[in-house]
Design a protein around this ligand. Structure first.
Ligand code: ADP
Length: 266
């Protein structure tokens, strides 16, 4: 098997005649943890939608394990990729355990029943995401953060090779954020899971990602290791704000600090 899992070539995508993604090229190797960063409206969610077949590209191609993603059967793509979209709204009264079990559907043969292995995987994923105590509650009665963890459990139950997440921890406090990222990072390191995550928080992106893709106005502005992307000139140019970039004294990774207007020197 090639080390490359995803290859995006000259991708254009958007909404009814409005192109948002304008010629994006990148590839992802197995086991990599990629962060997609960039200001609001840069096209990060739209890119995830094009990579998860919610949007059809208007030009260019996405190949997954060497096959054209947009020509694959949905069931085939669902065996390889799982997606955690932004703010999943589930209005129905589903129990958390049932939602997580839905992650097993791509693996269950037509007219088949879930096996003990499926049930065990669901329990493991509830445990890993610390949602076991929520398993018998209705998903629409959880807090946003609890719901986010349940949806991540469902994606893990799919046992994907490639996990895509759109701001997966936006509703989580710092300890739950760290827990989820520690979990995803360990799956990436130990089991070769490939991760593409849209992240708002530049410091989380810096700490956890092997490589960052910085988007601006539908294009890739820069990509590389966190220290190659998170320099103050690049951030100021793309986000149009003043920042100072230091180093996390423990990890050595870049840390981005905002500078309040009253403190800025010309
Ligand atoms: P980001 O995730 O980087 O904040 P998005 O991909 O959400 O950016 O949005 C990029 C652009 O696409 C924005 O101008 C936004 O208004 C537009 N857009 C997003 N979703 C839709 C949609 N469903 N229909 C039309 N335009 C949209």
């Amino acid at each position: 098997m090639s080390s490359m899992i995803l290859e995006v070539k000259n991708l254009w995508a958007g909404y009814s005649n409005r192109e948002v993604i304008k010629g994006v090229d990148f590839s992802v190797n197995r086991g990599e943890f990629i962060g997609i960063i960039g200001p609001n409206g840069a096209g990060k969610s739209t890119l995830i939608r094009a990579l998860s077949r919610v949007l059809e590209p208007s030009q260019g191609s996405v190949s997954l394990n060497g096959k054209d993603l947009h020509k694959m059967r949905l069931s085939e793509a669902a065996l390889i990729t799982a997606v955690v979209p932004q703010d999943t709204l589930i209005v129905f009264e589903f129990l958390v355990r049932d939602i997580v079990s839905l992650g097993r559907i791509p693996h269950i043969r037509k007219l088949g029943k879930e096996t003990q292995e499926d049930l065990d995987i669901v329990e493991d994923c509830l445990g890993l995401t610390k949602t076991k105590e929520l398993a018998d509650r209705f998903i629409n009665e959880l807090s946003a953060g609890e719901r986010q963890r349940a949806i991540i459990a469902k994606a893990l139950a799919q046992e994907p090779q490639l996990l895509m997440l759109d701001e997966p921890t936006s509703h989580l406090d710092i300890s739950h954020q760290t827990e989820i990222f520690d979990l995803i990072k360990s799956l990436s390191r130990d089991k070769g899971l490939t991760v593409i995550a849209v992240l708002h928080d530049l410091n989380l992106a810096s700490e956890y990602c092997d490589r960052l893709i910085l988007m601006s106005e539908g294009k890739i502005f820069r990509q590389g290791r966190p220290e190659q992307v998170l320099d103050y000139k690049t951030i100021e140019a793309v986000y149009k704000t003043v920042v100072v970039v230091g180093k996390n004294p423990v990890s050595g990774k870049p840390s981005v600090f905002p500078v309040p207007e009253g403190q800025r020197r010309q």
